[in-house]
Design a protein around this ligand. Sequence first.
Ligand SMILES: Nc1ncnc2c1ncn2[C@@H]1O[C@H](COP(=O)(O)OP(=O)(O)OP(=O)(O)O)[C@@H](O)[C@H]1O
Ligand SMILES: [Mg+2]
Length: 348
Amino acid sequence: MVVGRKIGSLFVLLFPMFMLILNVTVVAVIWFGGIEVNAGTVEVGTLFAFMQYIGQIMMGVIMSSFMAMMIPRAAVSAERVGEVLDAQSTMTRPDNGVTAFPTPGAVAFDGVEFTYPGAESPVLSGISFAAQPGETVAIVGSTGAGKTTLVSLIPRLFDVTGGGVFVGGTDVREADVESLWDSIGLVPQRPFLFTGTVASNLRYGREDATDEELWHALEIAQGRDFVEEMPDGLDSRIAQGGTNVSGGQRQRLAIARAIVHQPQILVFDDSFSALDLTTDARLRQALWRELPHVTKIVVAQRVSTVTDADRIVVLEGGTMVGVGTHEELLETSETYREIVESQLGVDA
Ligand SMILES: Nc1ncnc2c1ncn2[C@@H]1O[C@H](COP(=O)(O)OP(=O)(O)OP(=O)(O)O)[C@@H](O)[C@H]1O
Ligand SMILES: [Mg+2]
């Protein structure tokens, strides 16, 4: 940033200086040329021609000095753009990938180990659990425990380095990528909204969704009220990155977008964190009531969000330290008890 500002201030000084030199030169030529013309040694035409040439030469010098400044910058940019364009996807698309999953909606992790490219030690290891179609599995754990990493393996944003992730009964590496993504609705931890309208953002979930379907999704996501209050309803403007809606509203629009997609599996990565407890509870009730057959994988910081899940996976430092229902874990998992006690008070 500091270098950028230095370059900026140099530029700001340089350009007026060049113009000053150019104009002073022109004045000087007219001044001294005028004297010569008066004396009769130079003709007016010659003087004007000379001025033209001087102007052209000076402009040439200015342009080439600008070029000298721009070329190194452009070269660096070009290199970076080139790197992005040349990047090879680490994901290999299987030929004849599975398009019809044997058990739609099922998710299973089998001895999963994962190391980020270039990292030395694995972020996840020994992760095994399963969610049957329609079940709710919660993932809790302290910050940096590997929750986001774990859920990003489901839509195959990364490939596991050991074990396997199964969606619909098929190893994700053998599944047809489009069919895999069709079956999953992921609400990322930092949801992104695009420039456009509420409706255009929701239709990223499914292009041909009707207005009715959009409203229905918003109703489940507890977003109907605030969208109705916006000046143009579904056609209200959304700024780049969703900066003109609140964090909780952005989360709810992202949830609605995932619902519009009509997936068999919904993955929420800490998607309720910016909602107040009442809205959080209402949203979960609506989800469970309206979409009972959809498998839900819920990453949560708040234990109150997950107490009624069919299964809770407790992560610590990338390993599973407990799995079971809320009651079972209170009995068996020290880590879980600590989390619960810190959030709900000792007598929870
Ligand atoms: N793209 C990446 N490259 C390398 N390491 C990463 C990457 N993303 C995350 N990590 C590392 O993996 C570990 C787990 O990160 P992850 O984002 O999965 O945690 P989390 O449980 O989702 O945390 P939070 O609750 O804060 O969202 C962290 O130690 C982090 O440093
Ligand atoms: Mg996370």
